[in-house]
Design a protein around this ligand. Structure first.
Ligand code: BTN
Length: 240
């Protein structure tokens, strides 16, 4: 795997999309800081802690059937990597990783299209590895970092190595077979199942109260509305 290391960049995802055609499949872009870090739903991802991970992986698989499942796959990969530090992370649908109910990692998947056809993906991941408490307080949601959770400074290079190794364990399998490859790993870490949660839909401030019943074989959320009606949810954000 080729790793392109940048001191600072607007966003590793933007960089990867701009250079998509000249980048090889499975290239990784890793920056020490980002000036325009992007989150899901056009949110800002504050990216000035040089000891955190700001990483984008370029993926151009031949088989595209299960490409949409790679975001949740990466979420499991991050959770498993964090577990190697003796911490028990939780997964919040669709692809947030939390520890102690606070966000430690965010994933942003963007697709590269040519003539309206998907050519591949850029999977971006931001992981709070080493942060002072005061930097966490300016984040607009409960957030934590691995150094806070473990009480130890985290070696960024070691973490990155473990993360990329874990990524390849089931990557080909996931490309071939989709969400079912890692469904158990996902569900075993899910912190929202069997609970009443709020779902915030893209670009809407309305929050819908739902019972989070299950995850289907495509990684969608199966929820029960207040009316008792069952509903399959493809995207959104869960608020616990
Ligand atoms: C979210 O939870 O909203 C997703 C955050 C994703 C942040 C990462 S950091 C590396 C990559 N580059 C970006 O601009 N965003 C992603």
């Amino acid at each position: 795997m080729k790793i392109i290391r940048l001191e600072t960049v607007d966003s590793t995802n933007t960089y990867a999309l701009q250079h998509f055609e000249e980048l090889d499949d499975l290239s990784a872009i890793c920056a020490n800081s980002q000036t325009k870090g992007k989150g899901r739903f056009d949110r800002v991802w504050i990216s000035d802690c040089t000891e955190n991970i700001y990483l984008s992986i370029v993926l151009k698989p031949n088989k595209k059937t299960y490409i949409a499942n790679l975001t949740q796959y990466l979420c499991v990969v991050v959770a498993k990597t964090i577990e190697k530090y003796g911490i028990e992370p939780q997964i919040k649908w669709p692809n947030d990783v939390l520890t102690n109910s606070k966000k430690i990692c965010g994933i942003l998947c963007e697709s590269f299209l040519k003539n309206n056809k998907i050519e591949g993906l850029v999977l971006g991941v931001g992981i709070n590895l080493n942060m002072p408490e005061h930097s966490l307080k300016v984040i607009n949601q409960p957030a934590t970092a691995l150094n806070i959770e473990t009480g130890k400074n985290i070696n960024k290079e070691e973490f990155l190595k473990k993360l990329l190794e874990e990524f390849f364990v089931n990557y080909s399998n996931t490309i071939e077979n989709g969400f079912t490859t890692f469904k158990n790993d996902y569900i075993n870490r899910a912190c929202f199942l069997g609970k009443t949660v709020f779902l915030q839909h893209r670009e809407q401030s309305i929050r819908e109260e739902l019972f989070a019943k299950d995850i289907d074989n495509n990684g969608n959320l199966i929820a029960i509305k207040k009316t008792g009606e069952e509903k399959t949810i493809l995207s959104g954000d869960i608020i616990l």
